[in-house]
Design a protein around this ligand. Structure first.
Ligand code: HEM
Length: 171
């Protein structure tokens, strides 16, 4: 959670429009907790991540292709952690900033090469999966989920052309 006694930039997470304060209260008071509870209702079901990958891989042939050689059992654990980080990122946590930065680099053009257009499929597949598993899912809750995912998605998508590891290699 945000720590009001720290300087603001130590708590900060950044949106692509650079406007922090506009979103802060909205995210914390109205969005994060309902989303966290929804996530909890989903992950108690063992099949949640299986179903996500079923929907996600079927959503676009490029995506199925990217995972052709992936051990999906391991990938499900990875995604669970990744999704936790994405949600913690919206909560301004420092650890999550680092983790999301690493995902941004690994998914960039020079590495996993995940085009920015693929993240819409990721988000829609996740929404469909949550709709199946969370009995309290509603259009309002979907809006809240999307708002919580947005900051990390923007960061990860934004790294496609300019990941830090590629710059280091290029000198
Ligand atoms: C915000 C959304 C996403 C999150 C949080 C996420 C998270 C992760 C994480 C944590 C890994 C493990 C490697 C690493 O730490 O970098 C990974 C690997 C991977 N991701 Fe993503 N990912 C996202 C979206 C996508 C999308 C849209 C694609 C499109 C195909 C994708 C394809 C892959 C592939 C191919 C791997 C490597 C699998 C392997 O090891 O064979 N990811 N992802």
């Amino acid at each position: 959670m945000l720590n009001p006694s720290l300087p603001f930039d130590q708590n900060a997470f950044y949106f692509s429009d650079g406007n922090l304060s506009k979103y802060k209260d909205l995210l914390h008071a109205r969005l994060y907790n309902p989303v966290k509870m929804s996530f909890g209702r989903c992950v108690v079901h063992a099949g949640f991540f299986d179903r996500f990958y079923q929907i996600f891989l079927a959503s676009n042939p490029i995506i199925a292709n990217k995972f052709a050689n992936t051990d999906l059992t391991a990938q499900k654990k990875v995604l669970k952690q990744g999704l936790n980080m994405v949600m913690m990122y919206a909560d301004g946590q420092i650890l999550a900033k680092k983790a999301v930065g690493r995902i941004r680099d690994s998914h960039s053009q020079g590495r996993l090469n995940i085009p920015p257009g693929m993240y819409g499929f990721w988000e829609t597949s996740l929404m469909k999966t949550i709709a199946e598993f969370d009995p309290q899912f509603s259009p309002d809750l979907e809006t809240q989920w999307r708002a919580v995912l947005k900051p990390a998605l923007e960061v990860i998508k934004g790294g496609y052309m300019n990941d830090r590891s590629a710059r280091l290699v290029a000198g």
